[in-house]
Design a protein around this ligand. Structure first.
Ligand SMILES: Cc1cc2nc3c(=O)[nH]c(=O)nc-3n(C[C@H](O)[C@H](O)[C@H](O)COP(=O)(O)OP(=O)(O)OC[C@H]3O[C@@H](n4cnc5c(N)ncnc54)[C@H](O)[C@@H]3O)c2cc1C
Length: 437
């Protein structure tokens, strides 16, 4: 099989940038164009609800690719140009500005968008997905008005933690009783609720939002039980949906993302690859098509697609174990695998209080390790990640984590410092790795 002459990458965030860079690393010698809807140079999303929102990371700190690096790598940037239509029969990409780009292979990396707020007001209601969203919210958080966050998932919890750190009075509302429980099970989810409370953030869980009215600085959130919450700012974090509408006429199989095989190739066609949040790749181990909205999945799938474009006779399969991290208050949370599918779990260490450092490990019905959630304990995460990759058991994980904990306690016995929750600086998001530094 031959290597294409021109590759067009559609989408200019982490999956698109990593795919373009990996194409060069893999030795792709041809023309490489990256198209992005947003006019900004490529930037990373995870800091938008954390350091960028808090004002401790600037644009340079969240940059994924500068104009100089792009030029040096031979990546032609076409930013501020949305892809409008993909024609797989003529191998052309049509942009909204009328430009038509020819391609021999195309990498689709248009990611996902925040699910829009069902409640519209003149001003004061925000989502957080783009740098523009984060800037607008950051500006509004400069006042001293209360903040209501609708949605207690990761983005909502991170925004609540950041707004709290900025001195805002924060209330998080979610119709579920333990919102993070969707990912980690309701029992472990309770520890996350307690985390909000320990920092003085109010939660109203198990109750939905009926309406939001008013304007920035003077908003009323009416709950389904009739209660009213006053807020200067409302942030809605109720999930994301794939940016796949523009592919509706392409002939690709699109169902909650672009359906791909295990090699990140769009099914029933040739030379079309999808990566990152947009892709629903087949996973040989669980035998399902899975769409994953995690940074590390974007990086992994981008590397795989790039390799498979350049080395079609040596295909690599996308089978990395899922991994996501989240920074909330003084917790560095890391999740490996899919705890939501577990049938049993055990907690090692402690997931409460000011010195929380522990892990929940999860078992499937046959005793295999299904996943793990770690708090302020990167070593435990690495252990579970290794065991997951090696198809280890739940008991292996418990035994190894117990041993880690005993070793840490013995060390503490000789040095009187109590285990500290990892500091902001020590656990800050490491651009380019997604792993704790
Ligand atoms: C606020 C926030 C915090 C997060 N925190 C974490 C975290 O702590 N840990 C973690 O693992 N994950 C986190 N994530 C998720 C992670 O950032 C995403 O999984 C990752 O950004 C996906 O990368 P992507 O390139 O596939 O898609 P996206 O980041 O969604 O990027 C898609 C790009 O395509 C562009 N685009 C869309 N449509 C078109 C079009 N028609 N034409 C051209 N361009 C288009 C968009 O403008 C965008 O630049 C966070 C996400 C957000 C929003």
């Amino acid at each position: 099989m031959s290597i294409p002459s021109t590759v067009v990458v559609v989408g200019s965030s982490v999956a698109g940038v990593r795919a373009a860079q990996a194409l060069r690393t893999e030795g792709f010698p041809g023309r490489l164009i990256m198209v992005g809807e947003e006019p900004d140079l490529p930037y990373d999303k995870p800091p938008l609800s954390k350091q960028f929102l808090a004002g401790s990371a600037d644009v340079a700190r969240v940059s994924l690719l500068t104009a100089e690096t792009a030029e040096a790598s031979g990546i032609e940037l076409r930013l501020g140009a949305a892809a409008d239509r993909l024609d797989i029969s003529t191998k052309q990409l049509h942009l909204a500005d009328g430009t038509v780009l020819d391609w021999d292979a195309v990498v689709l990396a248009t990611g996902s968008a925040a699910r829009p707020s069902p409640w519209t007001t003149e001003s004061g209601v925000h989502v957080v997905r783009t740098m523009g969203d984060a800037r607008a919210l950051r500006d509004e958080l400069q006042n001293d008005q209360p903040v209501v966050v609708v949605g207690g998932g990761f983005i909502g919890a991170e925004v609540a933690a950041t707004a709290h750190a900025l001195g805002r009075q924060v209330t998080v509302v979610d119709p579920l009783h333990a919102p993070i429980g969707r990912l980690v099970g309701s029992e472990v989810g309770e520890f996350f609720t307690e985390l909000h409370h320990r920092h003085g953030v109010t939660t109203v869980f198990g109750v939905g939002v009926e309406s939001v009215s008013g304007r920035a600085g003077d908003l009323t959130v009416t709950l389904t039980d009739g209660r009213e919450l006053r807020a200067g700012t409302v942030v809605v974090g109720i999930g994301a949906t794939p940016n796949d509408e523009w592919l509706a006429t392409s002939g690709l199989l699109v169902e909650n993302g672009v359906i791909c095989d295990e090699y990140c190739r769009a099914v029933n066609t040739a030379d079309v690859y999808a990566v990152g949040d947009l892709a629903r790749c087949f996973r040989p181990t669980s035998k399902e098509h899975l769409r994953v909205e995690h940074w590390t999945n974007a990086v992994d799938s981008a590397a795989i697609a790039a390799h498979n474009i350049v080395c079609p006779d040596d295909l690599r399969s996308h089978q990395a174990v899922e991994y996501v991290w989240s920074d909330q208050y003084d917790w560095k949370i890391q999740i490996v695998g899919r705890p939501a599918l577990a049938t049993a779990h055990a907690v090692v260490g402690t997931l409460t209080g000011d010195t929380a450092r522990g892990a929940a490990v999860y078992s499937d019905e046959s005793g295999r390790l299904q996943g793990a959630v770690t708090v302020n304990w990167p070593k435990a995460l690495m252990t579970c990640r290794r065991l997951m990759a090696a198809d280890g058991t739940f008991e292996d994980a418990r035994t190894e984590l117990d041993a880690l904990l005993s070793a840490a306690r013995q060390k503490l016995g000789s040095a009187p410092q109590v285990v500290q929750p990892a500091s902001r600086e020590a656990t800050r998001y490491a651009v380019g790795s997604g792993d704790p530094v």
